[in-house]
Design a protein around this ligand. Structure first.
Ligand SMILES: [Zn+2]
Length: 457
């Protein structure tokens, strides 16, 4: 008889997000995959080598998927705190233009460590500023993700429309079209891993309609489709943006993207706050994903996205924390509550449920990233990305653990597994010393502020 190594999780309230819940359930993991999920005790052979995790008092959910982020912004938190988006951006472009690989490495390490501590097992990163001669910024984020141990979907961002071409950013922070396309293709060739169980997939991600040319959007879509990778950008975040596209192209942001082949099942868009009814329908029928970032939208006063309307039309919606410069220290698990509260504040008490929010934060996110065949639910055959939340403290006064989890503050993590590997144990990051990760984030912030100060003197 072959002796098989298994991790067996027992005594948990298991929410599969594929339709089943087991109040006293088990999950079995072999290598990086889930091999069994069900009620009661797991069936194991005597010969199996079992690593037992007693999850009594815990809620087991799929690991959370973060569909929108800018990790470098860890270094520029707490600035322009009362500004609307365009003013916030124009204030931050200058310090951001001084960013280097050392800053990105520290910021990404802190940002990903923080995400793991709030149950995130897969994260994107949208990096769209590449000041010249400042090291390999894209590689710095990838290295940080490897070290922290989360699944990573870095998006090679870009801007080619500076002020002199009618765009928002100063010319010094944009790249030219050829450089963007060459560097993006090189990043895909070097890093993108399409194989099953992949820890690293690259996406193509021009920044937004008001910072990139139409040509860059069109050529980026061609490149992504030729290489078989996904497309991402910001869209319809504020009314200023709609004014911009109406003035420049005579269309809403969604209509504009539709007109250039930028809607489809291989595209997910951050925000989509300001949508017309026709936009909502179009996103749903083209199976375009939305990365909903409620705290960032609230922090910047951008508005409340029509998430319940998108879901009612059958559209794909995931959750994102967005960059820490527009949502300081936001935990991903906390975005579930934020999403529910904001929908209900705007659209009424039945507009979004706790379980719908959990589905958005897991399966919805996996769909946005094209990984729902492997991630987002707890089912045999899926990757073992699992969060075990401690619900036996203050949270236990709420009988339904899913309600306690979504409506309450983020509970401590008993364990976070990514592909079966422990990344967080007893609410502490274990892959890299947690205090070290925190210090790296502070050092990145101080370095960026010092570099920005040098220039302004
Ligand atoms: Zn963003």
């Amino acid at each position: 008889m072959t002796r098989r190594a298994k991790t067996v999780i027992e005594n948990a309230h298991v929410v599969t997000v594929s339709g089943d819940e087991y109040p006293d359930g088990h999950i079995v993991v072999e290598a990086d995959r889930i091999t069994a999920v069900g009620p009661g005790r797991a069936a194991v052979d005597e010969a199996d080598q079992v690593n037992l995790i007693d999850a009594a008092g815990c809620l087991a959910t799929p690991g959370l998927v973060n569909t929108h982020h800018h990790l470098y912004q860890w270094a520029s938190q707490g600035l322009a705190v009362d500004s609307p988006l365009f003013e916030w951006l124009t204030t931050l472009y200058r310090p951001w233009s001084k960013m280097d690989a050392e800053i990105v490495a520290g910021a990404a390490s802190a940002g990903l460590g923080w995400l793991a501590k709030s149950g995130c097992t897969t994260s994107t990163d949208h990096h769209y500023l590449f000041p010249k001669g400042r090291g390999d910024l894209f590689a710095a984020g990838i290295e940080a993700a490897r070290e922290i141990g989360v699944r990573f979907h870095p998006c090679r961002g870009s801007m080619d429309r500076g002020e002199s071409r009618g765009g928002l950013p100063p010319d010094e922070v944009v790249e030219d079209l050829d450089t963007v396309l060459t560097e993006t293709a090189a990043a895909i060739d070097r890093y993108h891993d399409p194989s099953p169980g992949s820890m690293l997939r690259v996406a193509v991600a021009p920044c937004s309609p008001f910072t990139v040319t139409r040509e860059l959007l069109v050529r980026s879509a061609e490149l992504a489709r030729e290489k078989g990778v996904r497309l991402h950008t910001h869209l319809a975040e504020t009314l200023d943006e709609e004014e911009h596209t109406t003035e420049q192209f005579g269309m809403t942001p969604v209509e504009y993207m539709d007109s250039i082949g930028w809607l489809g099942p291989d595209v997910w868009l951050a925000h989509c706050v300001h949508l017309h009814d026709t936009d909502v329908k179009r996103l749903a029928e083209t199976r375009t994903g939305t990365a909903h970032c409620p705290s960032s939208n609230a922090r910047l006063g951008a508005g409340i996205a029509r998430v319940s309307h998108l879901l009612a039309e059958g559209a794909t919606v995931g959750l994102g924390v967005d960059g820490p410069a527009s949502a300081e220290l936001v935990p991903l698990a906390g975005e579930l509550r934020q999403a529910v509260y904001m929908q209900r504040a705007r659209y009424g008490p039945t507009s979004l449920t706790a379980r719908q929010a959990l589905e958005m934060g897991t399966l919805g996110g996996a769909r946005c990233l094209g990984r729902d065949d492997e991630l987002g639910t707890l089912e045999p055959g899926k990757l073992a990305d699992i969060a075990l939340w401690r619900m036996d403290g203050f949270h236990a006064a709420v009988d339904d653990p899913v309600v306690a989890f979504v409506f309450g503050p983020t509970p401590p993590l008993h364990r976070l597994l990514v592909g079966g590997r422990t990344v967080v144990a007893d609410d502490t990051l274990v892959t890299v010393p947690e205090d070290e990760v925190g210090r790296r984030g502070v050092a990145a912030h101080r370095r960026l502020m010092a570099l920005a100060e040098e220039v302004s003197r």
